[in-house]
Design a protein around this ligand. Sequence first.
Ligand SMILES: Cc1cc2nc3c(=O)[nH]c(=O)nc-3n(C[C@H](O)[C@H](O)[C@H](O)COP(=O)(O)OP(=O)(O)OC[C@H]3O[C@@H](n4cnc5c(N)ncnc54)[C@H](O)[C@@H]3O)c2cc1C
Length: 709
Amino acid sequence: MNNCMMNLTISPSAIAIIGGGLSGSLVAANIMRKATMPLFIKLIERNQEVGRGVAYGTPVECHLLNVPAGKMSAFPDEPNHFLNWLYRNGHEEVKASTFVPRKVYGDYVQATLTEAEANAPAYVMLERIVDEAIAIENKSDNVIVKLSSGESLYVQKAVLALGNFPASLPKPVACVENHNDNIRDAWSSQAIADLNPEDSILLIGSGLTMVDAVVALHAKGFQGKIHAVSRHGLKPCSHKSTIPYPTFIDLETAPKTARELLHLVRQQVRTADDHGLDWRAVIDALRPVTQEIWQILPLKEQKRFLRHIKAYWEVHRHLIAPEIADVLDAAEESGQLSYYAGRIQTCQQFDNKLTVTIRERETQAKIVLEVNRIINCTGSNCNYRSLQHPLLASLQEQRLIRPNVLSIGIDTAVNGALLDADGKASELLYTLGTPRKGNLWETTAVPEIRVQAANLAQDLLKSLSPIPYAVIENWFAPKPAMLFRQLFDKESSTYTYLIADPQTKEAILVDPVSEQFERDIQILRELGLTLRYCLETHIHADHITGTRQLKGLTGCLSIMPENAQTTCADSYIADGKMLHIGNVQIQAIATPGHTDTHMAYLVNNTHLLTGDALFIRGCGRTDFQSGDAGLLYDAVTQKLFTLPDDTLVYPGHDYQGQTVSTIGEEKRWNPRFAGHSRSQFMVLMDNLNLPYPKKMSEAVPANQHGGKV
Ligand SMILES: Cc1cc2nc3c(=O)[nH]c(=O)nc-3n(C[C@H](O)[C@H](O)[C@H](O)COP(=O)(O)OP(=O)(O)OC[C@H]3O[C@@H](n4cnc5c(N)ncnc54)[C@H](O)[C@@H]3O)c2cc1C
């Protein structure tokens, strides 16, 4: 982190977001999209990867979303945002009704965050912190977030985007768990590792986590027996396309008991059936008002719902993709998968096996299963009274949270502000998603979280006060160390620059060359870097950019100067705009002349990438691609030469074996500029009589299409 920031007792207008899953990432992205004041966003995620969380961190390709792509936009006011991203990123085959792999959705969330960061105003900065928040101290008008590394963050607001905690095992199994390596959690990467083909498995739970386990076992070619036990033994239902059903509940007159509600829904299902409509349409019609219905139910009726209806609601409301349902049905029909309804009564360990006794729900009969592995598929636990985490303990001790009376989540105000133990809404601490389940009931899926994230971002921004200019200046003080590499392509004498933040390992390549694609990939791999962007100084005429290949392999975003004659960049950067790679900042400086949209880039205020505007003791030609010698003279003398003399000059090409110079040196020794007036420079440039670059007719059109030959 910037030293000046560390010396401040408080970082004004700083927001900490604890948890970098979907919820945390969307709050950060919305803030960056809407902020109009200087702001520091500190996104704290204990895992290396932001944007995935449990749901979208799965490496299993056939773990599909359980909501079709057309309904999974990250932004409520841009319903096609996800679909458009898919089309731009090689998934042209996807339709609005397709169930896309969750892994791809994780890529989308990550790209959405990166794009928001790239397009944010220069004074809005995102810092990704790989650490675990272990405590919060609430001061009168700020918050201290303590991290397990020992660092403390001083912020004005904190958002708890903690998401899903793994559920605990039923007691009889939990007793054996500590000394048995064959009892595993479904969300652990080791859940289905080291199985023999003839092993048998007991999955505890029959909801969506169980579905994930069966699908992963199927993908692995597992042939052994799979048992799935849950209290009701209900199987998840699958999606089916339906004709919309009209809204049938008026909140004013809606039933106020769980039983009457159930009765009403059943009645509507029968009516729908009479009209040839599927029950799913009736459940869908409830979706827009589910949170409101939940909130008008008296507490005793909410309890009744949880006791008697919840299990049925879950299977009818949280549907699975038809192709996933096919896998489950086939496994059941073949006898590989069996479902049981009942409670686990005992679990004993004999040699390498586990013997489990189940008391069957209806008959009370005893079922005894002998298995090699038990996998906890009970899903997520949101009982904040029983959750063991230092952060939650810290919040409880200070009475900053109030666990919900139904033991699901914590109490919040309408805007997601935490209610303290006395029911008072915090002005500093907020949450969204799963922790709000007790208050809202339906709050865990993307369609609900995206609305909460957008509203919360807006509220946070409204509530922050402007900060004095002196403090803003500190933010733009020199940045910390960076990784900076100058790479060379001999054939075109082109320099490519690799720049990275050594802490976050995020990287950018400036002016990559197609022929050097393998070199660039190798160095990224060897240095353990994640390529976020490929950035161009201009549309090149002497080589083909490597951006297209790099993008295909790494998923990085391509960035071109604003108004460049290309339509295929992911983003465009304008004069004066700032790009952030972790803590490294790159400022675009419009330097037209070699081409009409050329940009130079000033990295961390010290390294100037001059592209073809300024070479060491020379400059780029101005006789094609809308070049203009006068404009180049102005850009170099009035912009680049006004930077401090010790600014390092890294050109886009060199033909004499030079690598680096300084602004001071070039002002004094560059034969094109030193001692020359604008008109003298123009005459000089008009008389260069250089041959056209060899690859020009191939390179320019290819580069206008991002490197597509
Ligand atoms: C397996 C699964 C599949 C799902 N599939 C879908 C689907 O297809 N469609 C849909 O709409 N919804 C789906 N959901 C619902 C899902 O809950 C949400 O879509 C979303 O993933 C929730 O995001 P989140 O950020 O709130 O929580 P999480 O994804 O749980 O993320 C919370 C993050 O916070 C981090 N964290 C927690 N505590 C700390 C701390 N103290 N310090 C630092 N970091 C911390 C965690 O490491 C984690 O990365 C699914 C859920 C699961 C569990």
